[in-house]
Design a protein around this ligand. Sequence first.
Ligand SMILES: C/C=C1/OC(C)=C(O)C1=O
Length: 331
Amino acid sequence: VSANSQAAPASAEASKLSSIPSEMKAWVYGEYGGVDVLKFDSKVSVPEVKEDQVLVKVVAAALNPVDFKRRQGKFKATDSPLPTVPGYDVAGVVVKVGSQVKDLKVGDEVYGDINEKALDGPEQFGSLAEYTAVQEKLLAPKPKNLDFVQAAGLPLAIETAYEGLERTGFSAGKSILVLNGAGGVGSLVIQLAKQVFGASKVAATSSTGKLELLKSLGVDLAIDYTKENFEDLPEKFDVVYDAIGQCDKAVKVVKEGGSVVVLTGAVTPPGFRFVVTSNGGVLRKLNPYLESGKVKPVIDPKGPFPFTKVVEAFSYIETNRATGKVVVHPI
Ligand SMILES: C/C=C1/OC(C)=C(O)C1=O
C-alpha cells in the first residue's frame, strides 16, 4: 500500500477514514499473571490518535521479554493502567495521522517500538491488536527489502543492540563477546558490531544447535556454552554484551577499562545496565544496512504465530530458547 494521500481525492480519503472501525480485535489482560490472563477480545475500542501520533493498521507484531515480564507485574510500579493490550514492536500501514504529524502520511508502510520508555508509562494499547496509535518519532519507513514479519522483528531489539554499543563507545578495531548471540538482541549486536561499528573480533555464545547461525551472522569465535565456560577463556574483550543475565561471569573476561553491557539481572562492576529508549531515528540511520542486507532480522522458525496463537507465542518466548524474534502474523 503506497497510495499518496496528498493526491487522493477527498472521497477516497474519506473512504479511508470511514474504513477505520470503532472496535477491533486485540489480546488483552486485566490482571497480572501467567499466560492464562491473556484474553482475546473482539470489541476493543480502536485508540484515538493524539496530535503527534499516527494510527497504524497492524500487519505484524513481535514479542519481547519485556512483554511477559510486564504481564507478570514485574514493572507494575511504573506501568500504565490495566487492562493492557501488550506488544511493543509493530509493522503496518498508516491509516490516520494526528494534526501535528509532519513526515508520515496515510498509506505509509512503517515499523517501530511503540513505547519510548519501555518500563515507564508504556502505552496501554499495544501492538497485539488490529490497530495501534504510535508517536511519529518512534516510527520509521519499513525497509523496502523486508516484509512486515521481518520488519516487526527488529525495532526494540535492534534499538537495544545499537544503544548498548553506543553507550560503551564501541568503535572500529575493538573486540566484543556477545552472551546469547542467537537471541533477539544478541543476533543483532553481532551484526551491528561487525557491519556498523567495525569490530576487529566478535565472539558469541549459544547452544550447540545454533553455532552455525552465529557463524552466518559473522562471528569469529562461536562458543558452545554446553561444552565450555566462556569465563574460562584466556582471551579478554574490550566489551562484553550480556544479553542473557550472566554479568558476574561476564566481568571476568572484560579487559581492564572495558565495558560490560547488562540488559537484565544483577549488575557487577564494571557492568552497567540500561533500558532502551525507542527512537525511529535509529531505525532510519540503520536503514542502509538493512536495505543492503548487511544486517538481517533473525525470525524464529517456529513462527510467525497467527493472531489466534498469541498464548502459544508467549509460552514459547518464555522458554528463553527462542532463536531471534518471535513474531505474530497475520493479524
Ligand atoms: C526492554 C526493557 C527491559 O528492561 C528490563 C530490565 C528487561 O528485563 C527488559 O526486557
